[in-house]
Design a protein around this ligand. Sequence first.
Ligand code: ZN
Ligand code: ZN
Length: 1017
Amino acid sequence: MAAGPELDKGYEPSRVEPRWAKEWEERGYFHADDESDKPPYCIILPPPNVTGSLHLGHALTATLEDALIRWKRMSGFNALWMPGIDHAGIATQMVVERELQKSERKSRHDLGREEFLRRVWSWKEAQGDRIAVQHRALGASLDWDRLRFTMDEQSSRAVREAFVRLYEDGLLYRALRLINWCVKDGTALSDLEVDHDEGVKSELYKFAYPLADGSGEIVVATTRVETMLGDTAVAVHPDDERYRAMIGKKVRHPILGREFPIIADAELVDPKFGTGAVKVTPGHSFEDFDTGKRHSLPLINILNPDGTLNANAGPFQGQDRIKVRPALKARLAELGLERGTEAHTMALGKCQRCGNIVEPLLSKQWFVKTKPLAAKVIEHVDEIHFVPETWRAEFLRWMNNIHDWTVSRQLWWGHQIPAWYCEYGHVTVARERPIDCDECHSGNLRQDPDVLDTWFSSGLWPFSTFGWPDDTPALRTFYPNSVMETGFDILFFWVARMAMLGLHFMGKVPFGVVFLHAMVRDEKGEKMSKTRGNVIDPLDITARHGADALRFTLASMAGQGRDIKLGVGRIEGYRAFANKIWNAARFVLMNAEGYDPRAQPASVYDRWILSRFQRCADETRKALDEFRISDAANGIYKFVWNELCDWAIELAKPALYGEKSAAERAGAQASLLTALEGSLRLLHPFMPFVTEEVWQRLPNREGPSIMIAPFPGPRPELIDERAEREMDVIARAIDGARSVRGEVALPPNQRVPLVLFAKDSALFRRHERAFKHLANASEVSLSSFDAPRPKGAAVHVEPEVEVHLPLANLIDFASEKARVEKEIARVDAELEGIRRRLDNQGFVERAPKDVVEEHRARAEELQGKREKLARHLARVTSVEDGMEDKNPQQPQGTQPAAQTGSSELADRARETFEAAREAVAPMAEKMAAAMTEAGEVLAQKAAEAGGVMATKAAEVKAAVARRIAAARRPKKAAAKKPARKAVARKAAPKKALKKAAKKGGRKVAKARKPAKRKGKR
Ligand SMILES: [Zn+2]
Ligand SMILES: [Zn+2]
């Protein structure tokens, strides 16, 4: 590993990242011990599908989990990030089937089960590592030695064990039930695997069933006319007068000739809907199934597994269940039974995987009895902390309304169900293939051909990965896991199942924290998809901008509720951040000659940056503790970019360049290196690569790698309130000078003199160089606060100081004024156009949401610009007119009397006041210090004394005011002091706001409607 003080000119992630990813893994840093004196910390990676290719969802998961794991590892934990890969039942089977079709023009049935499974395994051996390799490129510090596959022998054994135990406990059964069936994939689906398209436009088709006794007809309405081939009743509401006489009569099926009854059912029938008479198809509708049970109606299945109609459909046998509709309607029309149609919207259940319409189908399947399992979870739910907290209610709601879980799938790839049947239909459930039937001892056994839902094996993952059912050291150390971090979209699929199975088999909830992250969408909030062409490929981004930039982007945006709107621009911005760190380090190292690690901070700048660093470290730890990952990332970013790079390094330059004492140089070197080295450790969990690469060059690093260096802990001795207060004043004044320069459009390299009118001149004199250097001042002169102001100057006002930029000879006022006026007119015109459109209700309603949003944003932007220009124009005008200090931020009528041609008397009055004020000021400061240090009593006394002082000061002030007023009637010169104080007071809350903004508030995700529900169509 190349290490040394020299850094290349630019930072090139592609040269650094793969090298460190490999090095860390080879050095064994990712490895956690089964047994350790350190406290355990464990996160299980949601096992990505073996068919998967790394997408932004994976990248977000990896970013958040790796940040937590690296932070904990650096904080002295035995941190395990457990890798795994899911066999992904149906997805994998489909991939291999497609390849088989393409290369050999064969279906899996042509090969037979055994040969097909052999092909899937060899596909897995060849392709199955892709997703693991891709995670390595992100710098994911997974304990790869432990990599597990959900169909490896250990996991398969756990699955069989769990199945048998649930069966023995009466929590697993086989039954003939109506289930969701995908005709395309030929398998049962669980409720969760069905997506419900709401608001699908369809038609309500009406037709008549003739009464069997020839006394008339009854008209029913349906959206799925083909199901009439399986009808076994017509239901009406018992209170519906229209049909009361028909209840108990029979209708004759016009196509099949069967006869069935008209029944009364208050639960199924809404008399106001359709015709008030409902056809009942217990074999093909969940609601009708329940109705059928209530009335002991026969169940007729009209479908083959592939979606074609079976023999029960009579003349329509063999046709597809949806394509048959026109023919069926034509037949009904021919029979004179059509009674019109109505437009109708409904919910349509579709297969989550293939998009085909899901059919309720009568089928014998295996089910997990979930109610008792869920009851246990509900009982223990307080042991799980949800982040964000809002998910807890949804989790509970789902647990409270849970349905039995269909776990069998009619696939070949997966865990084959450990149940065997003899020729008499007896069932033997066993861990290994039994010798004979449990009941009749027949040796003629056939294993259930179905496999288990993929989520069955992943539901066991928090403990099956550690050797369960054996009692292993790893299981004792890492169960329960510390945090389950995953996307909110699999809360019910996975988190809920882990909670149920974990509690049942291990007696404890599987994790203390469920941390659910948002979905990554494109800049406009649209789902990324190949068809939309808006997919951002994380591997492409990593290759171009580095994994660090991608990771930091995702971390910094993770707090945005349920959607993360990601654009490439933001990623480029964080690549620039990596560069900034690189360049800052380069500069510090170039000026580190003679660095003495024992050197003490020598200037207020040194004490300030160390204090700021420590605060950032404390806030980062707190944010991470509370899973506010984005707050942590953004806090470090602000500190490193703004305070360390933009301020501390600039402020230290005179000392580093030897323009000050040797002690100050040593102090500056030491404090910058301390802050830089510490910042790298803070940043490491988010940007592992650039931090390691830079850290290796620092003379003050300790240990072989930043990855195993300690995370910055509390060091209260570095906090220096006084230095922070002082620098706050100076930074605001310098920022003010800079913004005035910007507003009057001074060229960046144009040096101008600065005149400071300060209350505490000594303070500002100490920072003269900072003003020169950071506000690009040619010279800095200091005046007492009440000295006359220069003419023709632009001003920035802070409570402690006024910053004047005399511009008289520097800009051409006339042409500048003309330019600004023209610009304002242009902004006004555009603004008016936009406002007119926004005022137009039609536009706001019809235009796409994002267009309206863009308009609003642009209007706001223009408004801000206009205000700036107006301020600038006011400055230019006042300066040009030679008027006195007409600072727009200062209320009218507050000009000091001194500036309007002070009389001798006024001067003396001011001097008297100033003397009085200055006499009071140091004492007040001392008292403030005493108040913070001393106890209750002293504080009380000091306050009393302060009160006396304040009264005295007020008396002096009043006396001065009276004298001035007397001398200079009618002008109200005495108004000066209080008015100025008002400005100071007004400025203070702004500062407080800024501080509050710095702290930042995390956006709390707003709860939305539950994701999915079973529905009738
Ligand atoms: Zn499907
Ligand atoms: Zn038997």
